[in-house]
Design a protein around this ligand. Structure first.
Ligand code: Z5A
Length: 224
């Protein structure tokens, strides 16, 4: 079933673009299945993707970004530029064409990750990030962002069992504390764009919140 929402000025398409965001171990990848299943049950055609990555070339960029290299460390400027190179590729070659077909696209992370990680985490200014965003994707943005929020220590405990941490996961607790602060500040300033979910409960409890939120949003979209 195609989505009946009216195209907005920023995203002149007929589908819907939903981004899932959060710090390490917040559970967004786990809850992506909840979002996908709920919307599929409602009759929408759904495609999932992730950032950085989601296309053949963007996945190659992901590998450069996340694989630790003992011989040469990736500098912060390269990290920021590669995030936007991957995003430009994903938006232009995959997300926009799907939205034009009326598909609901769900992405595990999107641009708010750059504000949180490269902005608040690494220290790039929001103006620098905005300038690169404009080059990479113009004014394109999600129709809805779900921010899964957990205290840093809770997220870290959840991912502690992982045998190998990727390059960014090896950052300090201070870094992840700034990342969380970035997410929460942005959400407080943009309540129409970002819905914050308390993700400290167990998987079933968080899934219940996700379904309740989507039920609300689907009802309001159908009325448009
Ligand atoms: N990055 C960036 O810096 N800038 C950008 O612009 C973008 C990304 C787009 C991508 O890594 C990295 O790139 C990421 C940010 C950076 N880096 N870091 N660090 P990724 O995609 O490989 O990983 P991630 O997005 O950080 O995923 P994650 O750490 O796995 O977090 P998650 O997806 O939120 O969690 P999860 O995989 O659903 O769950 C983690 C574990 O917790 C797992 O064992 C679950 O079974 C468990 N879990 C999940 N939910 C619960 C609940 N509710 N209770 C208990 N346990 C749970």
């Amino acid at each position: 079933m195609p989505l009946s929402s009216a195209p907005s000025a920023l995203n002149p398409h007929r589908g819907l673009f939903i981004a899932l965001e959060g710090g390490e171990g917040a559970g967004k990848s786990t809850q992506l299945a909840t979002v996908r299943d709920y919307l599929t049950e409602q009759g929408f055609t759904v495609e999932c993707t992730r950032e950085p990555g989601g296309t053949k070339l963007a996945e190659q960029i992901r590998s450069v970004l996340l694989t630790p290299d003992p011989d040469e460390s990736l500098c912060s400027a390269s990290e920021l530029l590669l995030m936007y190179a991957a995003r430009a590729q994903l938006v232009n070659s995959k997300i926009k064409p799907l939205l034009e077909q009326g598909v609901v696209v769900i992405s595990d992370r999107f641009d708010l990750s750059t504000i949180a990680y490269q902005g608040y985490g690494r220290g790039f200014s929001l103006e620098q990030i905005a300038a690169l965003r404009q080059v990479a994707i113009g004014d394109f943005k999600p129709d809805l962002t779900l921010l899964f929020d957990v205290p840093v220590e809770v997220g870290m405990t959840r991912i502690k069992k992982r045998s190998a941490k990727d390059r960014i996961e090896q950052s300090s607790i201070d870094f992840f504390t700034r990342v969380r602060q970035g997410y929460l500040e942005y959400a407080a300033q943009h309540p129409d764009e970002v819905c914050v979910l308390d993700a400290t409960g167990d998987v079933a409890t968080v899934a219940q919140q996700v379904r309740a939120l989507l039920a609300q949003r689907c009802a309001s979209l159908r009325q448009q």
